[in-house]
Design a protein around this ligand. Structure first.
Ligand SMILES: [Zn+2]
Length: 137
């Protein structure tokens, strides 16, 4: 697994993710991110909002049905499932120990939004949690 140089989101995508997270707060929100990776630089093209079936303020789970739909939509759009987004309504935008376990299984870039700190951060698992710079354009 190569660590991406950066992950880029548009201002509009940031707004969509913030609004969705604020609406679902105090529970965590989640989404699947479609995009492409060119020269190790990730650009998000589409956001697939998903339901947190756990309805929990400290964890999230995406249903298998939504995962299957997301993968087929990404394929139809000629995009890759390039990232996983979730929110931390009341804590820092840093992976929890549960997140870390799933990051190891799912080595895509993970974006975490902290509602409390109004901040986006990204990480990837590469024998440990490695930060990926987030660019908003
Ligand atoms: Zn988390």
């Amino acid at each position: 697994m190569t660590v991406p140089k950066s992950i880029t989101l548009s201002k509009n995508q940031v707004e969509v993710l913030k609004k969705y997270s604020n609406r679902n707060s105090p529970n965590e929100s989640c989404a699947i991110l479609f995009g492409n990776n060119i020269n190790n630089t990730i650009t998000i093209r589409e956001i697939f909002l998903t339901e947190n079936i756990e309805k929990s303020p400290v964890n999230f789970t995406i249903s298998n049905e939504e995962l299957i739909t997301a993968y087929s939509q990404a394929e139809e759009m000629n995009l890759e499932v390039i990232g996983i987004f979730h929110s931390h309504p009341d804590s820092v935008p840093y992976p929890s120990s549960t997140d870390e376990k799933y990051m190891e299984i799912n080595p895509v870039t993970w974006i975490i939004f902290s509602n409390r700190h109004d901040e986006f951060k990204a990480y990837i698992y590469n024998s440990g949690i490695v930060p990926v710079p987030v660019k908003i354009m």
